[in-house]
Write a protein that binds this ligand. Structure first.
Ligand SMILES: Cc1ncc(COP(=O)(O)O)c(C=O)c1O
Length: 392
């Protein structure tokens, strides 16, 4: 089957946060702006997923819904087929997306005032959720070597005080685009054991891996860490269905599972029919074929965007190994943050995520979402070349 990622889809006027909040958030006129911020894609999802959602709509009512065996079966099939990870059906809980899952994990497994470790810069909502829960963010800065992030366990060991109770890992890494190696993941597992931390591994980007790289689920990297491991996965990034707010918390350890399940029941949290129907259709052989085609297409965007960044003196971007988020460093321009941001937003009219929200180490960066049709990536490249033409 062939899939089309090039035909323009008009997202303006659809209540898409990424496109319809452009003017309000950035002051960039909607008809001229390029939305390269919020992490969803400008592509329609898998035809079979659209068909499945349409069927639910055509039924004409949204009843209480139970496709439990089909839904969980699709999840366990996907994890085995795509990631070689064997998941038992009763290990899987449904949450309202993964930021919600993080909040629920903090609520269930930590206390007010506990430290929660982040390897920064990292996905900004983690710190927000930790602070909102009255826990302390403990930032452990990633080292930057040859334009890529590396773990720095020696420095982090020296930082630990004993007040830290949990660690949230982002694997693959947003915003750095790293696919952590087996040795790095084993290092994380050892670090969690050494400091007695619950390990929450957010693997939402696990399917968005470029040719030549392989994501390793944390329980496969180190099976001995599963007694302190919470796995977070979701179809949202992979299939462009984030608005359905459906995420999965997978817990192999019986005691942790029992505690988490009890908390969900206390809060009366349950999934929604559209999210469950769509997940069942997405985690399928047709879904797999679509993701392979998607990654092939995104790899072309990646190569083009990274080559353009490399051409502009003063700008640099590490090679993306995964995700559709390019983390661009403007430090080499010698400009103040306000100036390079102004050029990108006011001159190039491109909305990006600002580096500092990702924590320590993000100051000189902007994050660009390249999951759009090739023509718009080319347009973004032209606009960036022009906005920084004086440096060339
Ligand atoms: C690492 C990571 N976790 C979670 C999310 C968002 O999850 P959700 O929309 O399911 O709350 C994102 C979105 O970009 C992300 O990058």
């Amino acid at each position: 089957m062939t899939f089309d990622f090039d035909t323009p889809v008009e997202w303006r006027g659809t209540f898409s946060s990424k496109w319809d909040k452009l003017e309000r958030v950035y002051g960039i006129p909607a008809d001229e702006g390029l939305a390269m911020w919020v992490a969803d894609m400008d592509f329609r999802t898998v035809p079979a997923v659209q068909e499945r959602a349409r069927r639910l709509v055509d039924q004409g009512a949204f009843t209480y819904y139970d496709n439990g065996a089909e839904y969980i079966g699709a999840i366990t099939w996907w994890m085995q087929a795509r990631h070689g990870w064997q998941v038992e059906p009763d290990w899987v809980f449904t949450t309202a997306g993964l930021v919600n899952a993080v909040g629920l994990c903090l609520d269930t497994f930590t206390e007010k005032g506990d430290g929660v470790v982040l390897f920064t810069p990292v996905y900004h909502a983690f710190a927000r959720a930790i602070r909102a829960a009255g826990r302390e963010v403990v930032e452990c800065p990633l080292a930057r070597e040859d334009g890529q992030y590396r773990m720095d366990f020696e420095a982090w060991d020296a930082q630990m005080t004993g007040a830290e109770k949990a660690l949230i890992l982002c694997s693959p890494h947003n915003p750095g685009g790293r696919v952590w190696t087996r040795a790095e993941l084993q290092g994380v597992a050892d670090f969690a054991k050494r400091h007695d931390l619950l390990l929450i591994s957010d693997e939402i980007h696990h399917d968005l891996v470029y040719p030549g790289y392989q994501h390793i689920p944390m329980p496969l990297a180190d099976p001995s860490v599963v007694d302190r491991l919470i796995m977070l996965t979701a179809p949202s990034k992979t299939f462009n269905v984030a608005g359905l707010h459906t995420g999965h918390v997978t817990i192999a350890d019986p005691e942790l599972r029992q505690r988490f399940g009890t908390r969900l029941r206390e809060l009366s949290l349950a999934g929604n029919s559209m999210g469950q129907a769509v997940t069942a259709a997405a985690y399928s052989p047709e879904g797999a074929e679509w993701v392979d085609a998607l990654m092939h297409y995104l790899d072309g965007n990646r190569a083009l965007f990274e080559a353009t960044i490399a051409e502009i003196p003063g700008l640099s971007a590490g090679r993306m190994e995964a995700t559709y988020l390019s983390w661009v460093d403007f430090a080499g321009t010698g400009m103040e943050r306000a100036e390079f941001t102004r050029r990108v937003e006011e001159e190039a009219k491109i909305a990006t995520n600002h580096g500092p929200v990702f924590g320590t180490g993000g100051d000189s960066y902007l994050r660009f979402n390249i999951a759009t049709r090739r023509a718009l990536v080319e347009e973004a490249c032209d606009r960036l070349r022009r906005a920084f033409a004086d440096l060339q």
